[in-house]
Design a protein around this ligand. Structure first.
Ligand SMILES: [Zn+2]
Ligand SMILES: [Zn+2]
Length: 241
């Protein structure tokens, strides 16, 4: 593929000046700034991403954080909420500080790695009910859609968009305590983080079968997970780019 850089990358890169090392408490996005980020990564603001943004925004105000890297966020369900949490907390999958816990619960744990303090945030029963009632209607839409009745499906989708909009407008007028229940919890925060000391960049080793550089801790008897059959990828052909 032809690629010609048409902008200077320099301005986008971090600098010591911009970072302001040792400047005290980190600044997190305002709720508005976080919500403006959501559509950029998630594609839209929906019920779950809105609630996730509010959860994350609440967490960064409740935890006494001295450095951004001290915050870890663990979402207990895979929904749009994860992207809202990421926008508000700046905890990302790539930084190892946004973790997915497959509990199937609309809740999240936020921890301060420096102090060990941790909070679990979930919705109040009323908000949960409203969210689930909307979810049930959404599920009905998917059933109509799957049946192939596109006209009916589109009409239902349009109606649901209005329901979703009303719900978000209502929640936006509600206080944190009307939306959420926050509990101080004890949890091993190190278990909520990707073990950064084994990062690829520092200590990789070559798999004795495929010869690809691999994190040493991911090799078993010198063989990577792909070559040992833990996860199969069948290579078809090299793509010309
Ligand atoms: Zn969404
Ligand atoms: Zn291998």
């Amino acid at each position: 593929m032809n690629y010609t850089p048409d902008f200077e990358i320099e301005d986008l890169l971090p600098s010591m000046k911009k970072r302001g090392l040792g400047k005290g408490a980190p600044r997190y996005p305002s709720l508005r700034e976080a919500l403006e980020t959501v559509p950029k990564v998630h594609g839209h603001i929906c019920t779950a991403s809105y609630l996730g943004t509010r959860m994350g925004h609440l967490a960064v105000r409740l935890l006494t954080l001295k450095r951004k890297r001290d915050l870890v966020a663990a979402v207990e369900i895979l929904t749009c909420a994860a992207d809202g949490i990421a926008a508000a907390t700046q905890c990302s999958f790539g930084s190892g500080r946004l973790v997915f816990l497959d509990h199937g619960k609309f809740a999240a744990i936020f921890g301060n790695l420096a102090t060990g303090e941790a909070l679990r945030i979930k919705c109040t029963p009323g908000v949960d009910e409203e969210h689930i009632a909307y979810g049930r209607q959404l599920e009905r839409f998917y059933r109509i859609y799957a049946k192939g009745d596109l006209e009916k499906a589109m009409a239902e989708r349009k109606r649901l968009q209005e329901v979703e909009r009303e719900l978000i407008l209502k929640w936006h007028g509600m206080s944190d305590s009307e939306l959420f229940i926050v509990t101080r919890v004890e949890v091993d925060l190190s278990k909520l983080m990707y073990p950064l000391e084994v990062q690829y960049i520092a200590l990789p080793q070559r798999c004795s079968v495929c010869d690809e550089l691999t994190e040493a801790s991911r090799l078993k008897n010198g063989v990577c997970r792909l070559c040992s059959g833990d996860f199969e990828i069948i290579e078809l052909e090299k793509v010309e780019i």
